[in-house]
Design a protein around this ligand. Structure first.
Ligand code: SD4
Length: 341
């Protein structure tokens, strides 16, 4: 299996140095390696984290600030029209509106977020402006859009031909059912025809050369959600949390379950207690399972964590969760191949 994944990935990205390995297999080696070096390092969720990390690396390699790196990085999938789960081109809600959730947090505990914002591709940049230019942490809906427009963002139609077609298709049955375990194309390439992901968020964590941590998280949320629904991704402590003394964490999957456990904050607090990043993520997933055992086989939830030493780890409820790691100009895509069962 490992060899097969390696082959697939090398064939896609060519020149970049990449390794495809199971998380459990690789995590301990990686942690040792990064222990020596600390930062700069970037980790982000899912396959699309690879391209995002490369953009973020351009900032970190020049001694840039982690905050700038994570913003630049997650803007890549936000602008990618082929990405149906983040930014422009993301799946709409059940009424056909694309509404975006995003948040950002820096090394000083500053944070900003936009919730259910329509018509603006780079939700993360609006979230950053909320953090830097307002006395608030969150702006939602019409107010977020108004703030964005007042600050020079252009109003756009975020529904593309492809996401519009997917919505029309969905309307035939109009059944809201998060499909789990198909997020990673390489892991289960033949499960569904086309690009029928119905959720995936980019969460990115970075540690810069000065030893400072920041994070960003951005998504179009669960596909075909109810109008006005907001998940975990823009909620500080749920979809993202940074504590510059300890580390950072971010989440992906069915946001309602992450909100119920304040998942990312929990992961960081577990690391404070001495858990490794991977063990902290595993424990946070276990708490979700404990609260809702009946849902454990139906949904996907995953956490990704990076500590102050540059050690990282991830854990997801279901197999197929990939995350991208970038340090010293090396890219890795790790797949967490173990189910909690
Ligand atoms: C949400 N957590 O809106 C997001 C969706 C996601 O992988 O991450 N899916 O609930």
């Amino acid at each position: 299996m490992i060899n097969r994944r390696k082959f697939i990935y090398h064939s896609i990205v060519g020149a970049t140095t990449l390794h495809f390995v199971d998380t459990a297999y690789a995590a301990s080696q990686k942690q040792q390696k990064n222990n020596k070096n600390g930062g700069p390092i970037i980790v982000s969720t899912w396959d699309f984290g690879i391209a995002a990390n490369l953009a973020a690396w351009e900032v970190l390699k020049n001694n840039g600030r982690a905050l700038d790196a994570v913003e630049v990085g997650v803007k890549v999938p936000e602008a990618d029209l082929k990405n149906l789960t983040v930014g422009k081109g993301g799946y709409p809600d059940r009424d056909g509106h694309v509404s975006l959730d995003a948040c950002i947090m820096d090394e000083n505990g500053n944070c900003g977020a936009v919730l259910a914002m329509e018509h603006i591709t780079h939700a993360i940049s609006v979230a950053r402006l909320v953090m830097e230019k307002t006395p608030h942490v969150m702006l939602a809906g019409e107010g977020a859009l108004q703030f964005a427009l007042e600050n020079g963002f252009q109003k756009e139609n975020l529904l593309t031909e492809e996401s519009g077609k997917a919505w029309q298709e969905w309307l035939k049955d109009a059944e809201y059912k998060p499909i789990m375990n198909i997020e990673n194309q390489h892991f289960s390439p033949n499960k569904l025809p086309g690009n029928q992901y119905n959720h995936d968020t980019i969460g990115m964590l970075a540690l810069d050369a000065n030893g400072n941590l920041s994070g960003a998280c951005t998504t179009s949320g669960m596909a075909f959600k109810m109008r006005g629904r907001v998940g975990d991704s823009p909620i500080i402590g749920a979809g993202l949390y940074i504590d510059n003394e300890i580390g950072g964490a971010t989440s992906t999957g069915v946001g309602e379950e992450v909100v119920r456990t304040v998942g990312s904050f929990l992961v960081v607090e577990l690391m404070r207690q001495g858990f490794s990043p991977e063990d902290a993520c595993k424990e946070a997933v276990a708490r979700i399972v404990k609260k809702k055992p009946e849902k454990a086989k139906e949904i996907q939830v995953g956490f990704l964590a990076l500590n102050k030493k540059g050690e990282y780890g991830a854990y997801a409820l279901q197999e197929g969760f990939s995350f991208a790691v970038c340090h010293e100009q090396q890219q890795d895509l790790l797949i967490q191949g173990k189910s909690i069962f």
